[in-house]
Design a protein around this ligand. Sequence first.
Ligand SMILES: *Cc1c(COP(=O)(O)O)cnc(C)c1O
Length: 421
Amino acid sequence: MNTEKSASLFSEAQQYIPGGVNSPVRAFRSVGKTPLFIKKAKGAYLFDEDGNRYLDYVCSWGPGILGHASERVIRAVKNACEDGLTFGAPTKKETELAKMITDFVPAAEQVRLVSSGTEAVMSAIRLARGYTGRDKIIKFEGNYHGHSDGLLVKAGSGLLTDLAPASAGVPEGYTKSTLLAGYNDEESVKELFSLYPDSIAAVIVEPVAANMGVVPPKEGFLAFLRQITEKHGTVLIFDEVITGFRLALGGAGEYYGVKPDMVTLGKIVGGGMPLAAYCGRKDIMQCVAPVGSVYQAGTLSGNPVAVTAGIETLKILSNEREVYERLDRKTSVLEQAFKEKGLQVNRVGSLLSAFFTDVPVTDYETAKTSDTASFAKYFSYMLENGIYVAPSQFEAMFVSATHTDMDIERTAQVIREYTVK
Ligand SMILES: *Cc1c(COP(=O)(O)O)cnc(C)c1O
C-alpha cells in the first residue's frame, strides 16, 4: 500500500503543528507508525491522500454512528450554512435539539449546549460544585473526561494518596480536590465516602468505560453508585460523551436502567460537528447563569450549523430504532472472531475492544496487562488489509450503521486469518 503522500504531508505538518496533529492519538505513535492523511470519507469508508480506501472502525472516535457523510445530514447542514454560520443570539433550533435530548435521555430535564466534550464535563463539574457547595469529586482510574486541569490526574501509589497531575502545566493544587477510585471497585468508593461523608460534590463515571479499551460496568456497579451518591447528597454524573446515543437512544442510562443526576454528551450528539451538551435535573440546571450563580458561556455554543447536524442525526436514529439491534448483531460477529483468536474481548452494543492479554479486563490495572507491542503488530496487519482501527490498544472499535454484513464478514475473515504474535 503506497502512503507516500501521507508521509510527506505529515513531515510538512510537523513544521507548523506540534507533532503534526491537532489531537495526540491521531499521530499513531503508540503503534510506531505515522498517520494517514484523510481526503474524504463516505459511509463506512475512508479515503487517504494516496487514494487508498479503508474500512473505518474509528468513526471519528465515536460520532460517526450513521457512517460518514450521511446524505440527509449533509443536505441539512448545507441548507443551514446558507442562512449564516453564527449569530450569537438564540435560535429555535437550539430549543428543538434540547427538547429532543430531554425526550430521549432519561435524566435530562434541561440542557445546556457547548462545543466539546471537555467543555461539557468541565461545566458539569463546576455546576455540581456550585449546586452542592462542596469541592471534592470522585473520578475513576482509567476513565477519561476530556483535558480540563482537575481531571488530568494520575494515580499515586495507593488510591488515597495525594494525586499528581498527569500532565505538565497543571498546578498541584488543581487536582487536590479530585479523589480517585477504582473502576468496578465498590470498596474504594465506600472508603472515600467514609473519609469525606459530607464534602464530595460529584461522582463522575463513564457508565461503560471506553477510554482504557472498552470495560463494561460490573453487574450492580452503576446502581451502587446511584445509591451511595443519593445517600450522601452527591451529584452523580454519567459521562456519556461516548455512550450517549451509541448504546441506545437514551444512552447508558437507558441501557442499564440507572438514572444519574446529570449527563454529559458529545460525539454523536453533534452529528460530526463540534457540539456537546450537559444536562440533568432541572433544579441543578437552574443553578447555571443567567438564572443561577454558576457561570458558563460560549461564543459558538449552540452554533446553528452544528445544532442542525445534531438534530438531523438524532432524527434519523429515533426514526430507525432497530438500528441499535443491527449494530449489536454486527458487532457480535466481530466479537466472535476475536474470541476465536483467544483474545480477551469486551463488548457492549457497538463498542468493542479486543485486548492482547490472558487476563479478563475489568479495570485499569487489568487493561494495562495488555501487550501493546502485539497490538501494534495487529494494527499494522489490519491496515495492510485495508481496515482502519484505532491506533491504540486503549481505544474502542466503533461500528456504524453503514457497515454492511459483507463489510463485517470480510473484517471477521481478516481477523480469523491473523496469527497473534
Ligand atoms: C471524548 C471524550 C471526552 C472529551 O470530549 P472532547 O470533545 O474530545 O473534548 C470526554 N469524555 C469522554 C467519555 C470521552 O470519550
